[in-house]
Ligand binder design. Structure first.
Ligand SMILES: C[S@@+](CC[C@H](N)C(=O)[O-])C[C@H]1O[C@@H](n2cnc3c(N)ncnc32)[C@H](O)[C@@H]1O
Length: 286
């Protein structure tokens, strides 16, 4: 589940500034930690490494990486949300991880944001970007800007959506499918890209990188009662009522959705096909 833009004049990542969304991102990170860690290992994350977390949110992944690179390494996070950056810097202090630091800025020009902080191009071994490229207005400029910050031989790691609207529940529910189609439509119509991972390998190649790895991030299939079932469950109340406000679904369709979800959540035979998250690793030439 993601964090879908609104149709208003509010900032693009409108769900990203309140405590409920911050906690949801923490829960989400916990659930997706294993595929994240596997990808970090594939890239050689280890003590001493210099890591850039692009669109780091409240820093849940960044602070885990700071523990792994230890005080001999460094983690720098950038996000446009001031409350998230404040939270992440406070966490770094509270958890005694002074080699993690966080800065406010637009990642489309992350090289410029970091230049203002005195961070030189070619500083990082690894740049990690999870669930951010699906929001940025200009993915090509963003990737080129990130690549400038990598050392020669540095790795670009991305985890993001492809085929988002294939999300489905079994037993198949018409009420569910109506709402999923509306989520994808509203997101696409307001600047998001629910298939962004389909475009990123070409953008990376055009940026001069070599492609090392593309795969679907593996997780267990959610069933009622397992922890992953609560991932979509934590997203519905945050976003589905907004679809009514934005005119994508009616109140009756919202009610039908929640009634159907409640029934499915009691069905021991149920399972869910989540929006697929893909991952990519690419290397900057030496
Ligand atoms: C779904 S959250 C993911 C946070 C984090 N990467 C994670 O995996 O937990 C998306 C984040 O992207 C940030 N974001 C979206 N567009 C951005 C931009 N152009 N510049 C900086 N941050 C951006 C939002 O503020 C939000 O924190």
């Amino acid at each position: 589940m993601t964090n879908t833009p609104s149709a208003t004049n509010e900032p693009e990542y409108v769900l990203g500034t309140n405590d409920a969304e911050l906690h949801r991102l923490g829960f989400q990170h916990r659930l997706w930690f294993v595929p994240a860690h596997r990808l970090w290992e594939r890239a050689g994350i280890a003590p001493g490494k210099q890591i850039l977390d692009v669109g780091c949110g409240p820093g849940f992944a960044s602070l885990d990486m700071a523990q792994i690179v230890t005080h001999t390494g460094r983690v720098v996070g950038v996000d446009e949300s001031p409350p998230y950056i404040e939270f992440a810097n406070q966490q770094a202090q509270d958890r005694k991880l002074p080699h993690a630091s966080f800065h406010i800025g637009d990642v489309t020009h992350i090289d410029q944001v970091l230049a203002e902080q005195g961070v030189e191009p070619g500083s990082f071994d690894i740049a990690y970007i999870r669930w951010v490229m699906c929001f940025v207005d200009d993915p090509t400029t963003t990737i080129n800007s990130i690549v400038k910050m990598l050392k020669p031989g540095g790795k670009l790691l991305i985890q993001d959506y492809f085929n988002y609207d294939s999300m489905r529940v079994s037993p198949i529910s018409e009420a569910f499918e109506t709402v999923i189609a509306a989520i994808a439509k509203s997101w696409q119509e307001h600047g998001g890209d629910t298939d962004i991972m389909g475009k990123l390998p070409r953008i990376a190649l055009d940026a001069g990188l070599t492609l090392d790895h593309i795969a679907r991030a593996e997780i267990e299939t959610p069933r009622p009662g397992n922890t992953m079932w609560n991932w979509p469950d934590s997203f519905w109340p945050v976003f589905i009522p907004r679809l009514v406000d934005l005119g994508y679904i009616t109140k009756a369709q919202l009610d039908a959705f929640f009634e159907s979800w409640e029934q499915i959540s009691k069905d021991p035979a149920a399972f869910m096909h989540l929006p697929p998250v893909y991952e990519m690793m690419a290397t900057k030439p030496v």
